[in-house]
Design a protein around this ligand. Structure first.
Ligand SMILES: *Cc1c(COP(=O)(O)O)cnc(C)c1O
Length: 358
């Protein structure tokens, strides 16, 4: 297995010729990308499919803890090049953390609109500490994005949601890295779907490198939404999306059409997974593989499990699961998902040995 060599500090430098950059472009970088792709043998065994080569792409190891950094470095780099002074985004949390961080380095003003009460604490803390102006609205993500579009049309601020085409351009680099790590594209890509930008970007990246002769195939793009926020599975927008996986709590995805074509063209699928299945997968990947991802990220594992159980995954195939964000952003979810007795015991040997259960 070849490893991504990190002589460059930015994915924009490494993949410059596949991105909308010129020799003159000054790159804004926090050292994003180059994330590990780790083999998940215990998980494959637990799923009863040791024949499968399951790999986890640890996107939570990006500088702000999610894959959003891949697209944000590109969007902010171009915003600066085009003379922008301020950016704005709607966010379920990770986009705002990423936008705020890159804006801080670039010296841009950053405004973020969040659905009040539905953003994990760690993400909110990031946006605030990086110095963005945080506006929480009494409305959901879809409403926040509508407002952002309106503001973008009427005020001199650059929108850095994934409707900004540079975001998806940067996010294609995840596909390039997977091909470099495996020496080819995988047979399947399992990925959570919220606003549907990432699945679109991965497909474009895989397609481009297939055309470049760098891989023998394009993976089947398998997208997974939370059952309470599954507009693409239902075929209609969901007005009040609900799920524990707040990063994919989206009822009307911006890249819906693009994502549909990615799924159709690649022979993939879109399916929904319940919150219960998401939490089960979240615990499985932690206890079996030592990987702490966000609940939304675990939708990819829950979806893979469901697809295996439905007999939809052929034998001996290679699968890449995108673990989109870092579990540390939402410690409350972990503590609630794993009920352990955390009451203190007396500080003596007998009590501790008893608590150890040995
Ligand atoms: C943004 C996000 C998603 C969803 O990605 P889309 O491009 O909106 O489909 C999934 N997981 C995490 C952790 C995210 O931050």
């Amino acid at each position: 297995m070849t490893r991504v060599m990190q002589s460059e500090t930015s994915i924009l430098e490494r993949y410059r010729k596949f991105l909308p950059l010129t020799e003159k472009t000054k790159i804004i970088t926090l050292g994003e990308g180059f994330t590990p792709l780790v083999r998940a043998r215990n998980l494959a065994r637990a799923l009863g499919r040791e024949d499968l080569k399951i790999h986890l792409k640890l996107e939570g190891l990006n500088p702000t803890g999610s894959f959003k950094d891949r697209g944000m470095c590109m969007a902010i780099t171009r915003a600066v090049e085009e003379g922008s002074r301020a950016v704005i985004c709607a966010s379920t949390g990770n986009t705002s953390a990423s936008a705020a961080a890159f804006s801080a380095q670039a010296g841009l003003k950053c405004f973020v609109l969040l659905p009040a009460g539905n953003v994990a604490m760690g993400k909110l803390a990031q946006a605030i500490l990086y110095g963005s102006t945080v506006i929480q609205i009494n409305g959901n993500f879809d409403r926040a994005l509508e407002l952002v579009k309106e503001i973008g049309e009427n005020y001199p601020v650059t929108i850095v949601n994934s409707i900004n085409p540079y975001r998806l351009e940067g996010q294609k680099t995840g596909a390039f890295e997977i091909i470099e790590s495996l020496g080819d594209a995988p047979d399947y890509l399992a990925i959570p779907v919220g606003n549907a930008g990432n699945i679109t970007a991965y497909f474009r990246g895989f397609k481009l490198w297939h055309e470049e002769g760098k891989s023998t195939r394009i993976p089947k793009m398998c997208g997974f939404q939370a059952a309470g926020a599954a507009p693409m599975v239902l075929g209609r927008p969901v007005e009040n999306p609900e799920t524990i996986a707040t990063a994919i709590r989206i009822g009307n995805p911006a890249s819906w059409e693009f994502a549909n074509s990615a799924i159709d063209e690649s022979g993939g699928m879109i399916d929904a997974v319940t919150d219960e299945a998401i939490l089960e997968a979240y615990k499985m990947v932690a206890t079996l593989e030592g990987v702490f991802c966000e609940p939304a990220s675990a939708a990819s594992i829950a979806g893979l499990k469901k697809s295996i159980e439905a007999g939809r995954i052929a034998e001996d195939k290679t699968i890449a699961c995108i673990l989109t964000g870092n579990g540390l952003k939402d410690p409350k979810c972990a503590l609630e998902a794993c009920k352990q007795d955390l009451d203190p015991v007396e500080a003596d040997l007998k009590s501790v040995i008893k608590a150890m259960g040995i």
